[in-house]
Design a protein around this ligand. Structure first.
Ligand code: GLC
Length: 741
């Protein structure tokens, strides 16, 4: 698919320069030679990943005895180097350990959560953020991160949408590859390079009802069209490792899936990296009801080519016995160990096993600037009535709300090594540093779930003395991430009450929403003059927001995920099918006359209480300026099998601010043997357009971009009529048509 070619044109560097390219023969010779010296116990030891336990005697003994191949969650560099010394100098074969950590959006200097990074629509910023994370994590001895999480996520109830790049296959693919490149560079043996991990393979984001770890039913054609592409692109870009997902797909847990791990990953994609289970996901095949006991789980996972058991003790408990019984062949074990040794050779650990001691590897000024740029570009302007924003820099401003001064919460989920938000600059702190701005502060609520009213009264009294009010609301960090699903997507606690009370003062009211997922904030948006949405944006969220609120920076973020009007709409996403009855004559539940006849309303696909459309669509985001799109121009209206269609579009900045706009390219296959989505993102370009000027964006489409997986599981484009848009979001713009023959 061109999707891959497009994205990989840049990623190919990694492949050609050997970060995870087909291993050189010399390396394979070394691997085979080492393997031939290993006992079965030592081989199984390599397949065992343990969670850090400092320098406990038990850990040191296991390392010395060759019973551990990798340790996760050890980030004390002195402990890392001592355990590594034991492995290298005191174990029989001196095989180095590889140390791993969930460095999901930064190690010390924290970037926006991945959902926020996706909102930048700027792969260069995402890559730069991953580079900072790798430089800091490797300084602590971490050379393997369990990131990027490239699960396409279409359900905001699911807590892990925070870790994803959102609902779209193409955007997730582009951001996933950029993240891999940032972690690994073109040389995985560079001491600051960190092995990336494409996770969770696969379909985890389709958890039924948005409930974490829940079952998934995904037809293979949809797996191939929606969920596989980001993983295939990551593999082609040289991503050094993959991780199984917790969920079962159509009844088979990923950790036991020969289809996923052998047929697709190894045979179709020719992948030679390491596949690690998720945390005890091998063991969890027992409660799944897929395995009878831990031995059965070890049997099925090994024969499904899961190379390494993360903290599950399945392999160390039963694999030797299974090999001796002939139920797992030693060749299977050898293949797993080869993949593990190959990772360690690629990382250069046999030559440079120790983390170099560094004086000040964290919070470098350029790292903080990278984090600030990412935070700035991740903010999405949802509303700006009467140009309430930007604020007057000389005004008296009331800063209020539970997220105005909460360093821990602005970091978001998966922040282990900076959990207390050290060095984080909050919006309150940043605004207080603005010369000329008179800042009053009343939190209103102590935290996002706070229901007390006392603080609200004080905030209202303060608002009466201010020229304008900025209220920072949203979710505490603990309300999103793994295992943090919500069935109600409204603002927690008494935040809506706070907003209502502030709105009643009649003062200009700006909402800044900081959260780990889309929220059903329709009421609050109505009450505010302006709304800026920022998925938890990390260390530099404060300075970024201060610049945006005061016009030193112009919002450029676009939503990577649809915002539902009500939670009951979920899952809701732009690339939906049209159905046989798309929403028409949408009646609201309160408008229906008492005793109305049955078919007087509701004869098409919508909700009586939530309508037929989302609150905000995928790709949506305003600016302080305005943009006018011309009609897309096509190089031809007939695309042939070997042809390329060039799409150009003029965009004019019709306002007074120089600003970035992200032009989005969508297509629709109007008639096909399997119903196709009403739109699909095929490209985007983030372009700076000076006030009053026009820029032309150019895209190329080939038949690969129009391909979909058919009932016979072959992927190709079908002849017929297509629509194409170049637009500012997934709901606007006028299409033009072309034929593919
Ligand atoms: C967790 C997550 C996975 C993470 C792993 C190690 O349960 O599912 O994403 O990398 O365990 O912490």
């Amino acid at each position: 698919m061109k999707l891959l070619r497009n994205v990989l044109a840049v990623g190919m560097g990694a492949l050609l320069l050997g970060s995870c390219a087909k291993p050189k023969d010399a390396m394979e010779v070394k691997i085979d030679r080492l393997l031939s010296q290993m006992t079965l116990e030592e081989k199984i030891g390599q397949m065992n990943q343990l969670s850090g336990a400092g320098l406990s005697d038990d850990m040191k003994n296991q390392v010395r005895d060759g019973k551990v191949g990798s340790i996760l969650n050890e980030v004390d560099v002195d402990v890392v180097n001592e355990l590594q010394r034991i492995a290298v100098e005191e174990s029989r074969l001196g095989i180095p350990l590889v140390f791993a950590r969930d460095v999901i959006h930064g190690f010390k200097t924290v970037m926006p959560i991945p959902l926020g990074q996706a909102a930048t629509w700027n792969p260069a910023v995402v890559e730069a953020g991953a580079r900072v994370a790798a430089e800091e994590a490797s300084a602590a001895g971490v050379r393997w991160t369990f990131s990027p999480m490239i699960d396409v996520s279409r359900d905001p109830r699911w807590g892990r949408i925070a870790e994803s790049y959102g609902e779209d296959t193409y955007l997730s693919t582009v951001m996933g590859v950029a993240t891999v490149r940032g972690y690994q560079t073109d040389d995985l043996a560079d001491p600051t390079a960190v092995a990336a991990c494409a996770k969770h393979f696969c379909g985890y984001g389709a958890a039924e009802s948005g409930r974490d770890y829940n079952t998934t039913w995904i037809p293979e054609a949809q797996l191939r069209d929606v969920y596989f592409p980001p993983f295939q692109a990551a593999a082609e870009a040289g991503c050094a490792t993959f991780m199984c997902s917790f969920n079962d797909i159509n009844g088979v847990p990923s950790s036991g899936s020969k289809f996923l791990n052998i047929d697709v990953l190894r045979n179709e994609w020719d992948y030679d990296g390491l596949l690690v289970s998720d945390w005890a996901s091998i063991q969890q095949m027992v409660p799944h009801g897929f395995c009878a006991d831990l031995k059965d789980a070890a049997y099925k996972a090994a024969n499904a080519a899961v190379d390494m058991d993360m903290a599950g003790y399945a392999y160390t408990s039963h694999l030797k016995e299974l090999v001796e019984e002939g139920r797992v062949s030693e060749a299977v074990v050898d293949e797993a160990v080869r993949n593990i040794l190959r990772l360690k050779f690629r990382l250069g650990l046999f030559d440079n096993p120790y983390a170099p001691k560094q004086d000040h590897p964290y919070y470098k000024e350029e790292s903080l600037q990278t984090a600030k740029q990412a935070a700035e570009e991740s903010a999405v302007l949802l509303k700006n009535e009467g140009n309430a924003l930007p604020l007057d820099g000389g005004c008296t401003l009331l800063v209020t709300g539970p997220l105005a001064d909460s360093p821990r919460d602005q970091m978001g989920t998966w922040c282990f090594d900076n959990a207390e938000g050290e060095r984080a600059v909050t919006p309150l702190q940043a605004l207080r540093q603005v010369n000329g701005l008179r800042v009053m502060y009343e939190p209103g609520l102590a935290y996002s779930r706070d229901r007390s009213q006392a603080g609200i009264r004080r905030a209202v009294q303060a608002a009466r003395r201010a020229d304008a009010v900025v209220c920072f609301v949203g979710e505490e960090a603990i309300l999103s991430g793994e295992g943090k699903c919500r069935a109600d997507l409204s603002l927690p606690g008494a935040q809506t009450e706070l907003i209502c009370a502030l709105a009643a003062t009649g003062k200009p009211l700006v909402l800044v929403v900081m959260a780990g997922r889309p929220l059903t904030i329709g009421t609050e948006v109505q009450l505010a003059d302006a709304v800026l949405f920022q998925f938890h944006a990390g260390t530099m969220a404060g300075p970024a927001l201060a610049d945006l609120l005061l016009g030193k920076a112009v919002p450029s973020g676009k939503l990577p995920v649809t915002f539902p009007t009500m939670a009951g709409q979920a899952p809701v996403y732009y690339a939906h099918k049209n159905t046989g009855r798309p929403p028409v004559d949408v009646a609201h539940i309160d408008s229906i006359p008492v005793g109305a006849p049955q078919f007087s309303v509701g004869a098409s696909s919508y909700y009586l209480d939530a309508g037929g459309w989302p609150l905000f669509p995928f790709g949506y985001g305003l600016s302080y300026t305005t943009f006018e799109y011309g009609e897309p121009h096509l190089s031809t209206d007939l695309l042939t099998e070997s042809g390329t269609l060039t799409v150009t579009c003029d965009i004019t900045n019709t306002g007074i601010y120089d600003a970035y706009e992200t032009a989005q390219l969508y297509t629709r296959d109007l008639v096909a043997s399997l119903c196709q989505p009403v739109r699909q993102l095929r490209g985007f370009e983030k372009v700076l357009i000076p006030a009053g000027e026009t820029r032309t964006v150019t895209f190329e489409l080939t038949p690969d971009d129009l391909a979909f997986c058919h009932a016979d599981l072959r992927t190709y484009a079908e002849p017929g009529e297509f629509q194409v848009w170049v637009s500012t979001d997934s709901q606007s713009g006028k299409p033009v048509t072309f034929e593919y023959e």
